[in-house]
Every structure is written in structure tokens, then in C-alpha cells.
Design a protein around this ligand. Structure first.
Ligand code: BTN
Length: 315
């Protein structure tokens, strides 16, 4: 109902009477008033007077009712431990493909390699539950598709150059502004679900504990609408996954990466690989030319770029 009230208020661009809303939506005027009160509590600015209601401003919060076409499979929370935990539970219970878990804040946001992911208000934190009919070996390509589309969305909606860093980070001006964590379950050789969790520093200010981190707002000097951003990203990613072959993803990803050609250090649980990043193979592994001239493939890990000035700054 909130989605429908907002649609009517946005369509009219002026004052809409309680009577018109009640007739169009098939609910009582008291029910209209109650929904308006809820919208006010949620941060919408709505003026009410003798002639009716007028929408003055909307918050950029990605409430479920702002995504009417997705609402049945869109779970929005004000605060959670981690969207990954909720996503895993509902995926195991059999939720449909492209179900979303979105949170305003996370108190136990998880990063890769057992790190924490700071998740204060102002950022975007969500997990997508995907059920592609693909074999296990192709599953990393979904992460590459998700990061590729994210870099394109940032570039086109925020007007800043965004690069992908192996495996799935997003850098803007060499600062990490987004990270991705994925968890998967499979039966035999077939993926039953892959949950891709994304954290994007949009309007928040990341703590100085992570010197390479920044936010889109800090870099562009402007606040960005998180609701519009998320809507654009989900539409673009869904379109790509439904209409384009995953086989083209790596080639396209390579055209917008900041990793290839750089001196890198890749840290895994079992060791460190250093050298020049020369390629990403068809399965998503990073190919590094090491000191003795041979090529070594790295399948996962934290990748650190040496800065162009050669100071070894990690991003
Ligand atoms: C990384 O770069 O280490 C990955 C960070 C992933 C963070 C996102 S925020 C939404 C989802 N929920 C989590 O707890 N983590 C991921």
C-alpha cells in the first residue's frame, strides 16, 4: 500500500486529496492517513492540509516498498548482524532466484578472509541469493559479472571512473570503495545457491583504520541516492545474467581492471605470491609472473597492488 500511495503522490506532483487516494486505492481515508503517518516516521516529507497530501521529499533508504516489482523477494532490515547469515537461512529454506536481503546497518558485517566489514548508515549492504543452473566450476564467473556490472553502474550513475580489482573489489582513484563476499552450496556438481554479498561505501565515511578505503561521496564531494543506485544496479545485473552468456564476462572484466600489468602481492591462507599480474584465466584465476619468470595461477586470496609510486601501498 505504501508503494501505491507514493506512486499516486509522485504521479500528481502536487496535492492529492485523501478522498482521491482512498477511492483509487480502495481503502478508507483513515487507512490512508495511517499509511501516511508510517511514511512520515520512515523519513518521507509529506505535507498535509485541508486539501490533502503533498510529497515534498523522499529519503534515499532502499525500503522494500520502493522496489514494488521485487517486493515479494526483497527483505529489508534496519539493522542486522550480517545480511549473509539471513541470506543463508532463507536460501536453505528454498527462496526463489534473485531474492535480496538488504540492511541499513550491520553490526557484524563480514569481509573476505575472516575480516570485518564496517557497515555504518550511509553505505549499501546487501546479499543476493542466486540460483543459476550452472556447474560448480563456472560459479566464480557470477562474481566477476556482479563486480563488472557494479563498476559500470558506479561509473555511469556517479560519474567517476571505477575499476575492478582482482578478484572482486571496486576501486575509485585507487581507493577501495566496495567489496564482495560470496558463499555457495552445491549438490553433486550443480550449484543450488550462490549468495553474493556486496558492501558499497556510498555516503558513509570509512574509518581511518583502513587507509586505502574511501567512499563515493568522499571522492566526488556529492551525496548519492542509494535507493536509485541499488535499483539501477539490480536491474542491470539481472538483465545481464538473464540475457548474456557468462562466457563473455572475463574478457569484458579485463577491459576495466586496475590489476593487470601491476606488481601484486596475493596473500592466501597458505602463502604469498608476488610478481606481475599478467592475466585472468577463463575460470577467474589470476596469472602472476613470478621472479623466476614462470607463471603461477592464484585461485583466491587478498590482492595488494603496489602503488604506481612504488611505495607498496595496499588497496
Ligand atoms: C571484502 O572486501 O572483504 C568483502 C566485503 C563484503 C561486505 C558485504 S556487506 C553485505 C554482505 N554482508 C556481509 O556481512 N558482508 C557482505
Amino acid at each position: 500500500m505504501k508503494a501505491q500511495i507514493l506512486q499516486q503522490l509522485r504521479k500528481s506532483k502536487g496535492i492529492v486529496s485523501g478522498e482521491i487516494l482512498s477511492n483509487r486505492l480502495g481503502i478508507s481515508r483513515v487507512a490512508v492517513w495511517k499509511h501516511i503517518q508510517k511514511l512520515l516516521e520512515s523519513g518521507y516529507q509529506i505535507e498535509s492540509g485541508p486539501k490533502g497530501y503533498q510529497l515534498i521529499a523522499s529519503p534515499d533508504t532502499p525500503f522494500a516498498w520502493e522496489f514494488p516489482a521485487r517486493e515479494p523477494n526483497y527483505h529489508y532490515y534496519q539493522e542486522v548482524s550480517s545480511t549473509m547469515d539471513i541470506a543463508r537461512d532463507i536460501a536453505r529454506k528454498g527462496c526463489p532466484d534473485f531474492t535480496l536481503v538488504v540492511a541499513e546497518k550491520q553490526v557484524n558485517g563480514r569481509g573476505r578472509m575472516d575480516r570485518r566489514w564496517e557497515s555504518p548508515a550511509g553505505g549499501l549492504y546487501f546479499t543476493m541469493i542466486l540460483r543459476p543452473e550452472i556447474s560448480l566450476v563456472l560459479s566464480p564467473l557470477l562474481n566477476f559479472a556482479a563486480s563488472l556490472v557494479l563498476s559500470q553502474t558506479i561509473q555511469e550513475t556517479c560519474q567517476v571512473e571505477a575499476k575492478v580489482k582482482w578478484p572482486n573489489d571496486i576501486l575509485v582513484q585507487d581507493h577501495k570503495i566496495s567489496g564482495m563476499l560470496s558463499e555457495m552450496e552445491a549438490e553433486a556438481d550443480l550449484v543450488s545457491f550462490i549468495n553474493i554479498g556486496i558492501g558499497i561505501n556510498i555516503n558513509n565515511t570509512p574509518s581511518t583504520d583502513v587507509p586505502s578505503a574511501s567512499s563515493i561521496k568522499s571522492i566526488t564531494g556529492r551525496t548519492h541516492n542509494r535507493r536509485e543506485f541499488l535499483s539501477e544496479y539490480l536491474n542491470r545485473l539481472e538483465y545481464r545474467l538473464r540475457n548474456q552468456d557468462l562466457g563473455t564476462v572475463i574478457a569484458e572484466w579485463k577491459t576495466c581492471t586496475a590489476t593487470l600489468g601491476r606488481q601484486v602481492k596475493v596473500v592466501t591462507r597458505t602463502g604469498v605470491t608476488q610478481g606481475t599480474a599478467v592475466d585472468v584465466d577463463e575460470g577467474g584465476a589470476l596469472v602472476v609472473r613470478i621472479a623466476d619468470g614462470s607463471l603461477k595461477k592464484v585461485f583466491y586470496g587478498d590482492c595488494f597492488h603496489n602503488s604506481e609510486k612504488g611505495k607498496g601501498r595496499s588497496v
